[in-house]
Write a protein that binds this ligand. Structure first.
Ligand SMILES: C[S@@+](CC[C@H](N)C(=O)[O-])C[C@H]1O[C@@H](n2cnc3c(N)ncnc32)[C@H](O)[C@@H]1O
Length: 394
């Protein structure tokens, strides 16, 4: 079967106690099942609900990792798991049963776990009245080869995501990006201890903040990049539209010992003086299609209509940001997505509307030139996917 992934060390082994007796794995599956029910159909965010549930359990670190793999993996691969089980269902099942089947199919197909463990222990956490059904369907999943109808089902994305990336990146790059975003991301920690993906670190560095400069970060929360700018010795104004998220910037600034001036403001109409900034960073809200591995449920939440709405918002943000630059000042625009509308589209708007902006050299490999800026594919260096544009006001 294609599309299998290697079983992680937190997989089947975590389900075995001393002497091979199923022990804590059962609890990990029970916690995972509750989380899956809260995410779909409950509507909870995976990255919020799981830590909350785990905090209430006495699971070992190993079993927490196993529960996390089950919840995040089953959520990412939801569509693929549905295909695996739907072949053996004669009528639809209620959401709780569907989650049990998805959980079992994920262990069998994507974690390549031994059927007796994956099926037996998933059946163990099922309500008694559906155990027969869950057992029968999962046994068929375990023994039947799979014929995927299309890449969107196999890689488990909505059709429109696959179509959009195919048209914007080309077939080979799109499929490679979609495949790597089915994997769990690595955890990368900066020298100051802040956990941040390498691609975001490169974006923060590309601002080139210098000691004493006034640097504006117009979409700053939770403050990861603003801390880098302040760490370079710049006087940083960190703005964000959402006051609640600005609280995260404040606590991160306190935790990492950096001074940031905080402003609650809409980046499309910032209450700041024209020409006041040496550098402005617009790390804009976006469709997030470069970070789908990081937020397992995000692919099921984003909708295609959001892209044009976000592109319009991003355009109004960069328009406002340019006004804040002193002559010679630089604008860095970044988004953690891969769509042309949110990168080339914004660049093309600026090229037409602002002849007083000149492009600065884009970063080199693993970034690739993209319009006047650069794009980083998630498969290029195992990071999040991003687009970046650097311009100087002449
Ligand atoms: C990609 S995140 C920024 C990440 C941040 N730069 C960092 O490195 O930690 C985008 C941010 O834009 C904010 N945002 C959304 N709409 C906004 C608007 N109209 N004006 C300012 N900020 C906005 C969101 O609240 C979110 O915090």
């Amino acid at each position: 079967m294609s599309g299998r992934r290697a079983r992680p060390s937190s997989g089947r082994g975590a389900a075995q106690g001393a002497g091979g007796t199923p022990a804590t794995g059962r609890s990990a599956r029970a916690v995972a099942l509750e989380a899956l029910d809260r995410i779909d159909p409950g509507g909870a965010y995976a990255n919020l609900v799981l830590p909350e549930l785990l905090a209430r359990t006495g699971l070992s670190d190993r079993d927490r990792r196993f529960a996390t793999e089950l919840v995040y993996g089953t959520t990412r691969m939801r569509r693929a798991c549905d295909h695996l089980v739907d072949r053996f269902l004669i009528s639809d099942v209620e959401p709780g049963v569907r989650n049990l089947l998805r959980l079992g199919a994920y262990q069998l197909h994507h974690l390549a776990m031994a059927p007796h463990a994956a099926v037996g222990e998933t059946v163990e956490v099922a309500p008694r009245k559906v155990r027969g059904l869950v057992n029968a369907v999962l046994r068929r999943v375990a023994t039947s080869p799979v014929d995927w109808p299309d890449d969107a089902t196999r890689l488990s994305y909505p059709d429109w995501v696959v179509e959009r990336l195919r048209s914007d990146l080309g077939e080979a790059d799109a499929l490679a990006a979609l495949e790597i975003m089915d994997e769990a991301p690595p955890v990368t920690e900066r020298a100051d201890g802040y956990v941040q993906d390498l691609a975001s670190q490169w974006v923060a560095e590309s601002v080139g903040a210098q000691p004493g400069e006034r640097v504006l970060d117009l979409c700053a929360a939770p403050g990861g990049k603003a801390l880098v700018l302040a760490g370079a010795g710049a006087r940083v104004v960190a703005a964000d539209r959402r006051a609640g998220r600005l609280g995260l910037v404040r606590s991160n600034a306190e935790r990492f010992g950096q001074h940031l001036d905080l402003v609650a403001a809409d980046a499309s109409a910032p209450p700041l003086a024209a020409g006041c900034a040496d550098r402005v960073l617009v790390d804009a809200p976006c469709s997030g299609l470069g970070t789908l591995r990081r937020r397992p449920d995000a692919r099921w939440r984003v909708d295609v209509a959001a892209i044009d709405r976000l592109a319009a918002l991003q355009t109004s943000m960069v328009d406002a940001a340019v006004e804040l630059l002193r002559p010679g000042g630089t604008l860095v625009y970044s988004v953690c997505t891969l769509t042309d509308a949110e990168s080339l589209g914004v660049d093309e708007h600026l090229a037409a509307a602002r002849p007083d902006l000149e492009a600065l050299p884009p970063p080199g490999e693993p970034w690739v030139p993209h319009g006047r800026g650069a794009r980083l594919l998630p498969q290029a260096a195992g990071t999040d996917g991003m687009c970046l544009l650097r311009l100087r006001r002449t």
